[in-house]
Ligand binder design. Structure first.
Ligand code: PEP
Length: 248
């Protein structure tokens, strides 16, 4: 099955109204790359202005709460981000797991909430450096997938992102063989959970993707795109990744 490449940015807690200029260049590159899906997750406060500024670009949220509404001070629901103009949400990012103690079960509940409100989902998994050094990367990722992927997941709304935590923001990446190997294991796990729908689910790689390493990473057979943090903050760094995907 052919899966369209998806290049998704994650601005994390970065950006301001002034930074939305960067989206113009990103949207232009996306328009020139019709074979690639391009998306950018921005802080909650920037969703509405970003979606209004570049309506053709998929703007998303970096997180959503699992409940639709209620007494959850400081939290933001999937319906709220949808109303603001978000079309997708990231769930289970490793920084939320590390900073907010989120679990794979939380990611599952947030994915379900996003789905209820018509958002597509990028659900993250990935091992720590200690887990990799202990030869536990495969088992950790399989367990995270098992706990976080909703039963009815399919490629029309669900994307998985494999992001080894030790590669995020460090400039270090696994070898291409290691990336392909974990992606193939992840797809096999998806197959056990959702059957043939696994063939349509995109699996992104995330962790220090740049314009220099994107072509190699995106050429791995089970890598269907990239989730990009630091290099998504400027068009100058993000556009080469979009172009690398478009050239495949
Ligand atoms: C991320 O946080 O999802 C990420 C991949 O970050 P970076 O590209 O900066 O490593």
């Amino acid at each position: 099955m052919t899966r369209r490449k998806l290049v998704a940015g994650n601005w994390k807690m970065n950006g301001s109204l002034a930074c939305l200029d960067e989206l113009d260049g990103i949207a232009a590159a996306a328009a020139e790359s019709p074979g690639v899906d391009v998306a950018v997750a921005v802080p909650f406060t920037l969703i509405a202005p970003a979606a209004q500024r570049v309506p053709a670009l998929m703007i998303g949220a970096e997180d959503v709460h699992e409940a639709d509404s209620g007494a959850h001070t400081g939290c933001v629901s999937a319906g709220m981000v949808r109303e603001a103009g978000a079309r997708f949400a990231i769930v289970g990012h490793s920084e939320r797991r590390a900073d907010q103690g989120e679990t794979s079960h939380d990611a599952w509940a947030k994915a379900a909430a996003a789905r209820r409100h018509g958002l597509t989902v990028i659900a993250c998994c990935g091992e720590t450096e200690a887990e990799r050094n202990a030869d536990r990367a495969e088992r950790v990722v399989q367990a995270q997938i098992e706990k976080s992927v909703p039963d009815h997941a399919d490629g029309s709304w669900f994307t998985l992102a494999y992001e080894p935590r030790w590669a995020i923001g460090t400039g270090r990446t696994p070898t291409l063989e290691d990336i392909q190997s974990i992606h193939a294991i992840a797809r096999a796990k998806l197959r056990m959970l959702v059957g043939d729908a696994a063939d349509g689910i995109r699996i992104l790689y995330g962790g220090s993707v740049t314009g220099d390493n994107a072509a190699g990473i995106l050429s791995c057979p089970d890598v269907d795109g990239a989730l990009v943090g630091g290099a998504s903050l400027t068009a100058a760094k993000f556009v080469p990744i979009i172009r690398a995907a478009a050239a495949l």
